[in-house]
Design a protein around this ligand. Structure first.
Ligand code: ZN
Length: 351
């Protein structure tokens, strides 16, 4: 009897993944981590030129393929300007607002490999000095990085080796509550990467042969729009993105089920595949929600847009306050793990 899914193992893996800084554009270390994880499972992998990783499990049917993707890149920033006041101006990587990182601890990664710590602050933070501290706009102009080093001007900063173009990563803030809640800034989409890695591990441990050759693309440029739009084999029929479900007013997604996306800003996902996923959930008593994500695009829609003739879908754990102080619950991981497991074992329906 299999004891899967092992949600505690998944959580441990999430902790390891979110603790490796990987803003889009600087993902080599986290890809290496995933590569080694898969190597230990004796799964063959290859890197694509843009730095993503592809793992393939040969299936009974080698003529028709499936592809699943999740992304390891996260939001982050880059040094835009070394300021004369000894602070750094930022340029953001990915889609989020400055208020989501106010007060956040960060790391500055220099091109020579040095790492400095700092804090992202409003220039007008001290209430003892700035009368309008609360009202000033949270934007590129007013927010800056206070580096934990004795620096008073641009020259001091440059002496440390910090320069325009250095990557800045945010504190992952990972915490597990006793009642199953999971918090971290980067659950999007490292929670799903952990889910896919656990899926591959389960398939290997249970010595399953999947019905179709199945590729897993660990993409590293999703937050900037083009992570999963390449390396789709001509044999690929279905392409499933496993990425976060978006929560908020009017959304049905929650932290306790798997969210099946029916439509996002790119348009509807494939109707047939969506119905297939729902059937699998119903049959296996997997808690799910159907939902529309208004301001969202996925690696699956990116693949469609770049011209691949595929059947595309999107599912994932529900993430509260996405692209900010994210949270989910282990129940959501559990249901997502169950659905991807049933999905990779299922026959491709003729739509
Ligand atoms: Zn994502």
């Amino acid at each position: 009897m299999s004891t899967y899914p092992k949600v505690n193992e998944t959580k441990e893996l999430i902790k390891q993944l979110v603790s490796i800084p990987s803003p889009s554009g600087n993902t080599t270390k986290v890809i290496q981590f995933v590569e080694e994880f898969l190597e230990d499972l004796q799964v063959e992998t290859k890197r694509n030129r843009k730095g993503g990783l592809i793992a393939t499990l040969p299936g009974t049917n080698e003529e028709e393929h499936r592809m699943l993707t999740a992304h390891v890149d996260t939001l982050g920033a880059m040094v835009k300007e070394v300021k004369s006041n000894g602070r750094l101006r930022l340029d953001l990587i990915g889609g989020f607002k400055y208020n989501a990182i106010e007060g956040e601890y960060c790391e500055i990664h220099t091109s020579s490999g040095k790492v400095f710590t700092g804090t992202i602050l409003m220039h007008q933070t001290s209430v003892h000095v700035y009368k309008e501290a609360g009202d000033a706009k949270r934007n590129q102009e007013n927010m800056e990085v206070r580096i934990d080093a004795k620096v008073e001007n641009a020259e001091d900063i440059r002496k440390l080796g910090i320069e325009v173009g250095d990557f800045v990563s945010f504190d992952p803030r990972v915490q597990f509550a006793d009642n199953g809640f999971i918090k971290s800034r980067h659950l999007d989409d490292k929670a799903s990467v952990a889910i896919l890695l656990q899926l591959i591990k389960r398939v290997k441990e249970e010595k399953l042969t999947l019905p179709y050759t199945t590729h897993f693309l660990i993409s590293n440029n999703e937050e900037i729009g083009y992570g999963g739009n390449s390396n789709v084999t001509p044999e690929t029929i279905e392409y499933l993105a496993v990425d976060m479900g978006a929560m908020g007013d009017g959304q049905s997604t929650d932290e306790f089920t798997v969210s099946i996306c029916v439509k996002d800003a790119s348009g509807p996902y494939h109707y047939g595949l969506r119905k297939h996923l729902v059937q699998l959930a119903e049959k296996n008593k997997i808690g799910y929600k159907l939902d529309i994500y208004p301001y969202y695009g996925s690696d699956a829609s990116a693949a469609i847009r770049s011209g691949h003739d595929i059947i595309h879908g999107l599912i994932g754990p529900g993430i509260d306050s996405s692209h900010a102080y994210e949270r989910t619950h282990e129940e959501s991981l559990h249901h997502t793990e169950q659905l991807v497991y049933e999905y990779v074992k299922s026959e491709i329906v003729s739509y």
